[in-house]
Design a protein around this ligand. Sequence first.
Ligand code: ACO
Length: 335
Amino acid sequence: MEPIKKKNNMIILGLGHFVPEDVLTNKQLEQMVDTTDEWITTRTGIKARRIAKKGVACSDLAYNASQNALDNAKLDPIDITHIIVGTFTSDYCAPATACILQAKLGSKKCEMAIDIAAGCSGFTYGLELARGIIANKPEAKVLVVGSEVCTSRLNFKDRNTCVLFGDGAGAAILTGHREGYPHVIDIELKTIGELGHLLMVGLEGGSAEPFVVGQRVSEKYFAHMKGREVFKHAVRNMTEISERILKKNNLTSQDVDLFIPHQANYRIIEAVAKKINLPMEKVFVNVHKYGNTSAASIILALSEAYSYGKIQKGDLVLLATFGAGFTVASVIIKF
Ligand code: ACO
């Protein structure tokens, strides 16, 4: 194997994650909608998901995950210069959840705080923005967060969607090159807007179909998905973008120590791993505990895998995400 060439100089100073304490099990869902634990388990691998209490917003989960990342990085909120939040369940349309998070953290030296609407790829798209910022300002300390209160956009009368998602958040702090830290080797991205209609949230309430005062929310406000179609495109695109980033960096799946794919469905994860020739022992899975936490999924899994000691110094970790848009991304990190 040829030595890995440095494509950029972005390193990870700290990782963090947070999930709400309330658990919603498949058994409990059986009481709420026409479904069974057996159906959910065999079709998705999901056994439970975490649910934010009423009044707990995206920025609250983001705050807890960010504090965890700051503690792990031994940094103070004042050190943060840029905040990027990937989410489809922002606190409000405006201001951005990233600005609310900046105020909650007290990151008074923050230059820029923005949200990214890239569905489940929000965190990985955020890493690409961080890479651009750090290329220009290597001293920047960029906080990239994936945070979701997915349950705020679920119709608990629709069994096609409500059993799949959960709430949670993850965060990473990145800066310019330093020796001895995990190094982001490369990032690959793809967007397939032509297929966006297969997975949509908020068919009403946006500028395409605005609310009028007094209008009651209908089911169109919540998540809608053509599950089988999404499944097919998720497998195809996560496979293709994983193979592409490995090839570009003169690597093969044999070089990967841990594969962390978007946690949407165990069968999607298994199919992608098989196609890229990775045994399941090299794949990190937490979808059974949390369901699909959208933009939080990949960073929640990465931070959890690291905190569980599943990633050792020197390990090569491959991430792959797929989300509403469609948005697709892969990332290689050398720990
Ligand atoms: N409980 C019981 N039955 C259900 C449920 C449920 N919760 N949900 C759907 N069904 C029924 C449907 O009504 C349908 O019944 P019908 O055949 O009588 O019409 C049947 O089950 C659907 O069966 P399949 O299409 O064979 O189900 P499939 O094996 O495709 O699994 C699933 C459905 C789980 C949605 C799967 O397609 C999937 O996971 N797709 C990807 C979804 C996803 O991960 N989206 C997000 C990825 S991108 C992102 O994270 C933003």
